[in-house]
Design a protein around this ligand. Structure first.
Ligand code: ZN
Length: 297
């Protein structure tokens, strides 16, 4: 059974770029008749605010992106380094980059646990971008000095525990996939399949999370946008026809009549979102259709 996940980090409000990636994940799972999980990636408890997390869940519901089971939270799990070759390092980034680190020869009593990846590049298939060859980072941190798991460890353990078979997310994580695949291999667990959705940029050319302007889902909602209008704007970017008439975007036996996933040259399974190929990894946000209630971007 296909299992996908929505995995927001509760560090800020959801914006249109999040909606595009989550919408793609939703469509991919519903297309396969699978199960969609919601997992809050709230490891960084300092930044993770319950109110933010709640707001994100409200936005997801408003968008019609319903998940299938109880919400999972990384902050309620524990993560072990067992079975992963690691070494402890007390150096700053600058020290390491200058080659001054001698922690492998002289292990410190305190410090971050780093992963010793096997040499060479990682080759993997992305359902949108095709074959990727990525050199993983050298000595990435898996567990911080205070015992807190770092994101790459947590996400790999979680995806395995949750039975996730496909990851659909923003293209800003395309390169990070190499390290995650290496960790899956080290733990002798099959990695999921990957599909990275193009990032949307604001009119100032910055990622939406860092862009000035009102592209938050909540702001659009308060400005009188409907979920349909959001999807009519976003879905053509990933090759889906926006619906003409639709109350809510809910899973059900008729969804495939509403949502048409275009086929790529090699068939729908390999390339479910054909037109994604024509886009740069970062694509500019199209202007919304002109109406009276237009929100100023
Ligand atoms: Zn060191």
């Amino acid at each position: 059974m296909t299992v996908g996940r929505l995995a927001p980090t509760p560090s800020g409000a959801l914006h249109l770029g999040n909606a595009l990636a989550f919408g793609a994940a939703w469509i991919s799972v519903r297309n396969a008749g699978g199960k969609l999980l919601l997992r809050m990636e709230d490891l960084d408890r300092g930044r993770a605010r319950e109110a933010v997390a709640q707001g994100q869940r409200e936005d997801l519901r408003w968008l019609g992106l319903q998940w299938d089971e109880e919400v999972l939270c990384q902050s309620q799990r524990s993560y072990s380094l067992e079975g992963i070759p690691t070494w402890r390092c007390a150096c700053s980034r600058a020290q390491r980059l200058s080659g001054a680190c001698r922690c492998k020869e002289h292990p410190p009593e305190h410090g971050n646990w780093r992963f010793d990846p096997p040499p060479g590049e990682v080759v993997f298939e992305d359902r949108a971008w095709g074959t990727q060859r990525v050199l993983p980072p050298e000595g990435p941190i898996l567990q911080r000095a205070d015992g807190e798991a770092a994101y790459p460890l947590a996400v790999v353990v979680d995806d395995h525990l949750d039975g996730v078979t496909e990851v659909v997310r923003g293209a800003d994580l395309l390169e990070a996939t190499a390290l995650q695949i290496l960790l899956h291999r080290t733990l002798r667990q099959p990695p999921p399949s990957w599909l990275h959705v193009p990032l949307l940029l604001g009119p100032d050319g910055k990622k939406l999370s860092k862009s000035e302007g009102s592209m938050g889902i909540r702001q659009l909602r308060e400005a009188g946008w409907s979920p349909d209008r959001v999807w009519a704007l976003l879905l053509p970017l990933i090759g889906c026809e926006p619906p003409l008439e639709r109350a809510r975007m809910e899973p059900g036996p008729h969804w495939h009549r509403i949502w048409r996933v275009e086929e790529g040259a090699n068939g729908p399974l390999l390339h479910p979102f054909g037109p994604i190929f024509g886009l740069d990894r970062k694509t500019s946000l199209p202007q919304p259709p002109p109406t009276d209630s237009i929100v100023r971007f």
